[in-house]
Ligand binder design. Structure first.
Ligand SMILES: C[S@@+](CC[C@H](N)C(=O)[O-])C[C@H]1O[C@@H](n2cnc3c(N)ncnc32)[C@H](O)[C@@H]1O
Length: 298
C-alpha cells in the first residue's frame, strides 16, 4: 500500500488492523450521511514472518538495482540538498546533538515503510534514510519493520545494511537509548502506539521522530469535532505542547519546492518526491523533567 501516492495518511484505514465505523448521531443520518472509520489499535507484539516468501536471485537483484537507482536520483535532487541544509541548521542539528548525548550514536527505527518493490514513494523514503545514515556518522544501526515486507524485500534490506525485525512491535518500541523513529506517512495509530509506549520524560527525551505533522492531526480533529476521532488521537494531541515540530517543506524548503514545480513538467521524479514526503515534519521531544507530563496524560 502506498497511501502517500494519493492522500496524506491522516485517516486511512490499515488493512492489517481491525476498524470501527462511527456513524453520525440519529436523526442526522439522512441529512448528513458520512462515516468516519477508526480502527482499533493493536497493542500486542507478535512474532512475524513475511507472507510473500517467493524469491529468487533475479527478483532480488532487480529490486536492488531499483533501490540503487532511486538513491542516486535522490542524491542529486534539489530536495536532498535542501533537506541536508535544513538538517545542518543549528535549529535542527543542535537538537540532534542533544538527543545523541553521551551515547554518541542514535539508532534508527523505520516503521511503516510500505512495499519498496511495488511503489516509488517507499523506495524514496528508504533512500532518504540510507543517505542520512551514510552522511552522518552518529546514526547507528538501522532497523526496519512493515508487515507487508516480502522475503525478497527483507533480503535486499539486509544487503543494504538494515536489520528487518522478526517481531511486529506494533510501533511500541521504548526509546531506552537515543532513537530516531523514521515513520513517513504512517497511520496515526502507529504514532499513538509509539507515544503511549514512551510516555515518560526519560523515554520521550531519547526520541526524535520523522513523520506526519502532529499539527495537521490537531487541525483535522478540531475541524471534524468528532469525539471518537479525538479519542483515537489523544497521545498526539496531548504531546503537542511538549514537541518542537519542524516541517520539512516550509520556509527553507520553499526554494526546493519552487524548483520541484519548475521540474515537474519535465521530470516525473519530482512528483514522486512530493508524494513521498509531503506533509512530513521533524518532531523533537525536548521535555523539561519539571513539566507535568502526568497532567498531560491522555
Ligand atoms: C499509510 S502506509 C505508508 C506506506 C509508505 N510509508 C508510503 O508513504 O507509501 C502505512 C504503512 O504502515 C504499515 N504498518 C501497519 N502496521 C504496522 C506495524 N505494526 N509496524 C510497522 N508498520 C506497520 C502498513 O503495512 C503500511 O505499509
Amino acid at each position: 500500500m502506498a497511501s502517500s501516492a494519493q492522500t496524506p495518511a491522516l485517516d486511512k484505514p490499515n488493512p492489517t488492523e481491525d476498524w470501527t465505523v462511527v456513524l453520525p448521531r440519529r436523526g442526522k443520518q439522512k441529512r448528513n450521511f458520512h462515516k468516519v472509520i477508526i480502527h482499533e489499535r493493536q497493542k500486542q507484539e507478535q512474532l512475524w514472518t513475511p507472507a510473500d516468501i517467493e524469491t529468487n536471485p533475479e527478483r532480488e537483484s532487480k529490486l536492488m538495482q531499483k533501490i540503487q537507482t532511486c538513491i542516486r536520483k535522490l542524491e542529486i535532487s534539489s530536495f536532498w540538498l535542501k533537506f541536508l541544509d535544513q538538517l545542518q541548521t543549528p535549529e535542527i542539528f543542535d537538537r540532534f546533538l542533544k538527543a545523541v548525548g553521551s551515547e554518541g550514536k542514535m539508532q534508527m527505527v523505520i516503521y511503516g515503510i510500505g512495499s519498496i518493490e511495488s511503489y516509488e514513494p517507499p523506495r524514496l523514503q528508504l533512500s532518504l534514510a540510507i543517505l542520512m545514515k551514510r552522511m552522518f556518522s552518529w546514526i547507528g544501526e538501522v532497523e526496519v519493520f512493515d508487515p507487508v515486507i516480502s522475503l525478497a524485500e527483507s533480503r535486499v534490506l539486509t544487503a543494504l545494511g538494515c536489520s528487518v525485525l522478526t517481531v511486529n512491535e506494533q510501533g511500541r518500541r521504548q526509546a531506552l537509548r537515543p532513537t530516531m523513529f523514521f515513520m513517513p506517512h504512517c497511520d496515526a495509530e502507529l504514532y499513538e502506539n509509539l507515544l503511549e509506549a514512551n510516555w515518560r520524560h526519560d523515554l520521550l527525551s531519547n526520541m526524535t521522530l520523522f513523520g506526519n505533522s502532529f499539527e495537521a492531526y490537531e487541525q483535522h480533529v478540531s475541524e471534524c469535532k468528532i469525539l471518537k476521532l479525538a479519542d483515537s488521537r489523544k497521545h498526539i494531541l496531548a504531546i503537542r505542547q511538549f514537541v518542537k515540530e519542524l516541517p520539512i517543506d516550509s520556509r527553507k524548503h520553499i526554494v526546493a519546492i519552487r524548483q520541484f514545480v519548475k521540474e515537474r513538467s519535465i521530470d516525473p521524479f519530482s512528483d514522486d518526491l512530493f508524494r513521498a514526503f509531503h506533509g512530513s515534519s521533524w518532531h523533537f521531544f525536548d521535555i523539561d523533567p519539571l513539566s507535568d507530563l502526568c497532567d498531560a496524560k491522555p
